[in-house]
Design a protein around this ligand. Sequence first.
Ligand SMILES: [Zn+2]
Length: 475
Amino acid sequence: MKKLLFFSFTVISLGLNAQGLVNSTLQQNHHHESEGAIGPQCGSHLLMKNQDKKQPGLLNASNKALQNIVENLDRSNKTTSATLTIPVVFHIVYNNADENLPDSVIQHQLRVLNDNYRRQNADTTSLRPAFRPYAGNPNIQFELATTDPNGNPTNGIVRTSTDIQHFGGILPYNINQQSQIQQWVNDSLFYNLFRISQDSLGGSDAWDTDKYLNIWVGDLRIFEPQIQNFEELVFLGLAQPPANHPNFVGTGFDTLIYDEGVLMHYVAIGPNNPISYPAPYAGLNNTLADGDLVSHEVGHYLGLRHIWGDGDCTADDFIFDTPLSNNSNQFSCNKNRNTCVDSIDGVDLPDMVENFMDYSSDACLNSFTQEQAAVMRATLFTYRPNLFTIGQEELPLAESIECFPNPSSGHLKLSSTAAHDDLEVKVYNSSGALILVKSFSAPSDLELYLEGPKGLYLVQVNSAKDQVTFRILKN
Ligand SMILES: [Zn+2]
């Protein structure tokens, strides 16, 4: 890593300072839009805006269309609450041994992704109480593909050696050429990055994007020969959503090159990556320590926008149960922020720095909301019907739990014909007093004894989502 030149203009200093020509230009041009474009970031929204420049109106149309999908959520998402499983292929495109990440890093990353998308991440307990009523479980599971597009067995990890050292490309300009740099970002940067998804351009061809989630992993930096060969990190990751997804520009993309899926800088993969971010990006080693960024990018891939709506308090992410905020959380974890007045069920909630679709440090990211979860599932049912398989639907308790005999001498048995985790049983007497609480998991049986006089008792069985009550006569 070569030493940096000092710039002749002021760059806002926020600890994660960009220190490269492209980020400096983006900051200068976008500061007034509250982009949150300070230092390395997610490139998904800039990808949308880039396409909007080429086909004006796309961004507006996609915003309106997302509102439609939210309004129609009940209709599109009512099919099932069962687990949806998506096969994933990781394309490791490497120019050196560091970039050729071992399987163990990919596998660990996948576990983090699955924990986050099934709300099994340990840090959900850190979600502030005000947000708990809105926390959502997408119930989506990701599995490394076991069969490739030709029907051959695979471990879901494709390794491709490349001559390309920087998929961001080589910037032919110097510090005094800001307008040329902006033009280069508009014309070349995204094309350069998506070379990683093309065999013929030094990358690795997508597997059928209707049937697999493709995640490309490589060096996404930009090489800048005119500032002493600086390697600039602009995008940590970015996502190309399913074609025609209304929240994104879909049809506007040149899909010949901009293949659908997720692009990740190789250092941003996994919590156990052996490679660290070098100076001046070393701060990211702590900020992105848990591997949550892939969950953020997959959120974009499944139709979500940044929680602050990529703008000020007037910009929305079109999700009802996320509070407004006027900017990203800038990789901090500031729970005192409440940047916009809003009303969710009558309450002005603070900025939700715990949300995976904010730019917070991994240490405080832990949740999606219920509506975000519903939008992602609706995206799959609506736009990617061939991408996922549907798991076993959990049977309603009323159809699977029995309580007998009735009438009874007081000795009862609860038995289930289906699996249920973490059931809670409450027994009430005829005057409504709670006389017994027990927990069990089906299909094992539970024996109960009704203490007390003859008469009517209520036996109530609760799961996280469901409830059934039996009226039992003790005689
Ligand atoms: Zn993003």
